[in-house]
Write a protein that binds this ligand. Sequence first.
Ligand code: FES
Ligand code: FES
Length: 164
Amino acid sequence: MLIRFTCNGKAVQLEAQPEARVIDVLRDELGLTGTKEGCGRGECGACTILLDGKPVNSCLLLAGKIADREITTIEGIAGKDGALHPIQEAFLDKGAVQCGFCTPGMILSTKALLDENSAPELAEIEEALSGNLCRCTGYGKIVEGVLEASERLRQGSHHRGDVS
Ligand code: FES
Ligand code: FES
């Protein structure tokens, strides 16, 4: 079936089985290999993407379900000039990235959280990241990364507000 959707701001149309997994479409058809497959059954969050702004596990999402919808992968959040997104920078600066396998999913879950709630409490961060497993960091540095990102994004929007 011909499936049309928006991926990282670009219109895409491709032939896919409606029951194909979105993670396979992204990685194999579109070459977007930033989305990682860990468990393949909805438990680890490594495959997290945003579907209309909400985090979902792309290993459980079927291609037929993204028709006419908008998805964002880790490749879609950097600036146009290739600059890292402030969440990515904050994660790096706080040492929240070790092997990096969980990182794209963590970053996208964080983005969904901060887009809705620019100053989350610790419990809200833990809740937002509860579906994303990390086998390396012990989570402390990831939470620090989220707090740092939240602060930087709030400051950034002040600055933008100041100049306009
Ligand atoms: S690979 Fe999708 S949740 Fe683990
Ligand atoms: S940094 Fe290795 S799994 Fe999280």
